[in-house]
Design a protein around this ligand. Structure first.
Ligand code: HMG
Length: 390
């Protein structure tokens, strides 16, 4: 039975910070961001947009009534959790109107957990072929004003509907993970922003890529020559480019090397305009590849490198299925231009705003622009969500 990604939805915030503006304000050469990191802009979420609103918006954009009736598991993969106990998936399940007899759960391991969620979903469908699983990767990457990580922030969500006989990508069951107990990036419960050993994290990312890929090829008797594209976790596109160069096999025919590079360039287009969306960024890369590459055809194989700090990495692969383009949108680059551009001063206020609770645990918010769903208020310590125009 073929199991894989049937549909993909995407959402990001309605506000954007241009890297050139940030560079100017921080006294940095703009080339450091545009060439050194390969980043042009970052999506900036206001307080009324969080993993629930972004995750629900991404899924809502692709789900039919039939899907909502067939989904029996909702998984939200995130490291920007809004509650230590209640799963984000429970809120999302309600906002999307998914039938009640479903399991809803949240998963965490930095940027990696959506990959584990995909595998869990695949195994679930293997047992229950009529059902569908909704996997949502949603995060807001916030490092802090003036920190080295500030230029690699972002906000967004990818939703993937996993089913039998999928319309986009069939997942292969040859997966290989690697775990290393390291402190490259972590966020203790008492901190709203992460602690980061930036340079160390980039070295670990590249070494986990090299060692996992070497072992993957050995175990499954495959090589780069079998693939049309390689998608990477995208904390910032330049690091993925370094990863791409690391795994490139210079003995491959030149036309294949060129095709792989062309597809790599397409896979980073969205990320260059959005920044890091943590758990979703690998899949944002896939969406960008599929919606912008002209050279892919059904049957083409794609390899994926998932990396979450702490650290867990995984390599897995998939195969494009017939008619995959019918289940995608044309390039979304034009739509991204519709986001409201923030000055650096406004970004500093809007991105780092915290709810001001009164003594009863209530808070109200400015009516910021969001997608179809918004955090309306906090009432008695409960977050209240609804349609943004209600
Ligand atoms: P930085 O201070 O921007 O580092 O921090 P830099 O001074 O090395 O500059 C970056 C690049 O710009 C370098 O390129 C410079 O040469 C270049 P490279 O040498 O590496 O190719 N550069 C210029 N280029 C052109 N013109 C110029 C110029 N000046 C400099 N004038 C760092 C970079 C990544 C450390 C920082 O942004 C950071 O800490 N980011 C957060 C951590 C991160 O993203 N790590 C990635 C791996 S860990 C991961 O992927 C997991 C993660 O997603 C979290 C999770 O799993 O949950 C982060």
């Amino acid at each position: 039975m073929k199991i894989g990604i049937d549909k993909m939805g995407f959402a990001t915030s309605q506000y954007v910070l241009q890297m050139n503006d940030l560079a100017q304000r921080r006294g940095v050469d703009p080339d450091k961001f545009s060439k050194g990191l390969l980043l042009n802009a970052l999506s900036i979420a206001p307080i009324t947009d969080d993993i629930i609103t972004l995750g629900a918006s991404a899924a809502d954009s692709v789900l039919t009534e039939e899907d909502r009736a067939a989904i029996d598991m909702v998984i939200v993969a995130t490291e920007s959790s809004i509650d230590q106990s209640k799963a984000a998936a429970v809120y999302v399940h309600n906002l999307l109107g998914i039938q009640p007899f479903a399991r809803s759960v949240e998963m965490k391991e930095a940027c990696y957990s959506a990959t584990a969620a995909l595998d869990y979903a695949r195994l679930h469908i293997e047992k229950h072929p009529q059902s569908k699983v909704l996997v949502i990767a949603a995060d807001i990457a916030k490092y802090g004003i003036g920190t080295p990580g500030e230029s690699t922030q972002g906000a967004g969500s990818i939703a993937m509907l996993i089913s039998a006989e999928p319309h986009i990508l069939e997942l292969n069951d040859n997966t290989l993970a690697q775990t290393r107990d390291i402190m490259d990036f972590w966020r203790p419960n008492y901190s709203t922003t992460p602690f980061v050993n930036g340079m160390y994290s980039t070295k670990q990312y590249l070494d986990m890529l090299k060692t996992t890929w070497t072992e993957y090829q050995k175990r499954f008797g495959t090589s780069l020559a079998d693939f049309s594209a390689f998608c990477f976790h995208l904390p910032f596109p330049k690091l993925a480019l370094k990863g791409f160069n690391k795994i490139m096999d210079k003995s491959l025919p030149t036309d294949l090397q060129e095709k792989l590079k062309e597809n790599f360039d397409k896979s980073i287009l969205y990320s260059q305009q959005i920044g890091n969306i943590y758990t979703g960024s690998l899949f944002l890369g896939l969406l960008s590849l599929l919606e912008n590459s002209q050279n892919l055809v059904a049957g083409d194989k794609i390899a994926f490198f998932s990396y979450g700090s702490g650290a867990v990495a995984e390599i897995f692969t998939g195969k494009l299925v017939n008619g995959f383009r019918d289940y995608l949108q044309p390039s979304r680059l034009e739509a991204l231009k519709e986001r409201t551009v923030l000055s650096v001063a406004d970004y500093e206020k809007l991105f780092f705003e915290e709810a001001e609770l009164d003594e009863k645990g209530n808070a109200t918010f400015t009516d910021y622009k969001t997608g179809p769903f918004a955090l309306k208020e906090i009432c008695d310590h409960q977050r209240i969500y609804g349609k943004s125009n209600d």
